[in-house]
Design a binder for this molecule. Structure first.
Ligand code: PLP
Ligand code: COI
Length: 336
């Protein structure tokens, strides 16, 4: 199959309109069969619940061209399950998990020419999302919803590829106890926009959020979880108010089962930051982006960037995702 004529290696993390997207509508208490469409636009009421009260959630995952030429997708069943959690928290109807995976498969297959070639450094980013569609003016959930999946080829999330990042401890909070930090609600990202623009203006790549109840422990960044390395141990913050990253959960397994490391999933205090030698951000978009420096109000804590352990984790995870290393049962969804 011929790929699109794109300079894959120069892609950043941006939207490129691809050929097909999957759309399904929910009305009168039921989802329709859904179908692929060429139409990349959405027309809705000015009073749609998503526009007034931000009733929307989304997911993110990637498809890869493996070394043997197959197109594969990484753990879409976990994205389906997480979206079900997000929908429940936002009072939206769940899109059935098996149908979610099928919609992802259909979307990637229909855009196979847009899946970047093996070794190009780019991947196909898949964005399932759902929103309240009908007119709602009193504060309550919508009655009608749309579920959509589009795909776009992407390069690295952070400008400059894998250069070590400089991040700051944020003075603004991302999530409250018993709030929505653990689900992938659009509202979590809307309220981070002021802070990310401010961070970029001041020369930082991202904001590291701390727990808003005590402001003593590390949570995550605006778009990724955090991992730390200390000797042969992988340490990653445990909190009810961070997004349960599929990349982080996979790395915990990879560290234990493939690399023979110890793993600690536990609260990580700000006062411990100097104890770690390597650190990185992990997520679908971020993959593993190594940290060079965390700035905590003028105090700089330095890490090794792509140090030996982060490199091993990166190589093993991407090796599994791209079919170079045998994957645990059920991790790879073959598209074609
Ligand atoms: N944390 C936040 C706030 C995110 O937006 C993301 C991205 O999805 C992640 C963590 C990483 O999650 P995952 O590894 O499932 O992509
Ligand atoms: C992802 O990694 O899929 C995300 O949703 C993060 C977002 C900041 C692009």
């Amino acid at each position: 199959m011929e790929k699109k004529n794109i300079d894959w290696s120069s892609l950043g993390f941006g939207y490129v309109k691809t050929d097909k997207r999957f759309v399904s509508n929910y009305k009168n208490g039921a989802w329709d069969a859904g179908c692929l469409t060429d139409d990349a636009t959405i027309t809705m009421s000015e009073c749609a619940c998503v526009l007034q009260y931000a009733q929307t959630c989304f997911e993110g995952m990637k498809a890869y061209t493996a070394e043997d030429g197959r197109i594969v997708c990484f753990r879409p069943d976990l994205n389906a399950a997480r979206m079900a959690q997000s929908c429940a928290r936002l009072k939206m109807p769940v899109y059935p998990e098996d149908k979610f995976v099928d919609a992802v498969v259909q979307t990637v297959r229909a855009n196979a020419q847009w899946v970047p070639p093996f070794g190009s450094g780019a991947t196909l980013y898949i964005r399932p999302f759902m929103f309240g569609y009908d007119s709602i003016i009193g504060v309550k959930p919508a009655n009608e919803y749309q579920f959509r999946v589009f795909a776009t080829p992407v390069g690295p999330y952070f400008k400059g590829g894998v250069k070590p990042l400089t991040v700051r401890i944020s003075d603004l909070d991302r999530a409250a106890p018993r709030g929505t930090g653990h689900v992938k609600a659009g509202l979590n990202y809307a309220m981070s926009l002021y802070n990310i623009v401010d961070a970029h203006e001041k020369g930082y790549d991202e904001n590291v959020y701390v727990d808003s109840a005590t402001r003593t422990h590390i949570e995550e960044t605006g778009g990724a979880n955090i991992i730390f390395v200390k000797g042969n141990t992988l340490v990653t913050p445990k909190s009810d108010t961070i997004l349960p990253s599929i990349t982080r959960r996979s790395l915990v397994y990879v560290a234990k089962e493939y690399l023979g490391m110890e793993v600690e999933e536990r609260p990580v205090a700000l006062t411990e930051l100097g104890d770690f030698t390597e650190a990185g951000l992990c997520g679908t978009a971020a993959v593993i982006s190594p940290l060079g420096t965390i700035v905590d109000h003028g105090k700089e804590i330095h890490y090794a960037g792509m140090g030996p352990t982060i490199q091993k984790l990166y190589d093993t995870l991407t090796g599994i995702q791209m079919g170079r290393i045998e994957a645990p049962e059920g991790w790879i969804q073959v598209i074609e």
